[in-house]
Design a protein around this ligand. Structure first.
Ligand code: THU
Length: 132
């Protein structure tokens, strides 16, 4: 089991946030996933002039993790808002595809306020592949 270095994970999330393409909302989000092998996969939000095509930072980070065939064991998110924000509902469901209910999800504002949840708290009774 890998130890979570939250400082390092938040640093990666902040670096990702600085790359956000968010000219419409101007809400820049960075997400960093600690993977089971100790490496970090990160992502930023990428907006589009056709607004509905926007992809959140968390889902872009999941894409980077899938590319390395590794599961997330911790999630750090950095936002520039008054309060730390949890991932949106769509991202919670995508995280649930790859992470356990115990997956820790932490969000921090650029000014340093932090909140932490488990994925199971954020998305109880997630729809999973158990239907197969
Ligand atoms: N956004 C994220 O990147 N993650 C979330 O969990 C919520 C929202 C992005 C999408 C959009 O680019 C901007 O934040 C405003 O909604």
């Amino acid at each position: 089991m890998v130890e979570v270095d939250w400082q390092q994970l938040f640093k990666a999330a902040e670096l990702a946030r600085q790359m956000a393409h968010a000219p419409y909302s101007r809400f820049h989000v960075g997400a960093a996933l600690l993977l089971e092998d100790g490496s970090i996969a990160s992502g930023c939000n990428v907006e589009n002039a056709s607004y509905g095509l926007t992809v959140c930072a968390e889902r872009n980070a999941i894409g980077a993790a899938v590319l390395r065939a590794k599961r997330p064991v911790a999630v750090a998110i950095v936002v520039d808002s008054r309060e730390p924000t949890p991932p949106c509902g769509m991202c919670r469901q995508v995280l649930a595809e790859f992470g356990s209910a115990a997956l820790p999800v932490a969000s921090r504002t650029v000014s340093g306020q932090e909140a932490r949840w488990s994925l199971g708290e954020l998305l109880p009774h997630a729809f999973t592949r158990s239907f197969l």
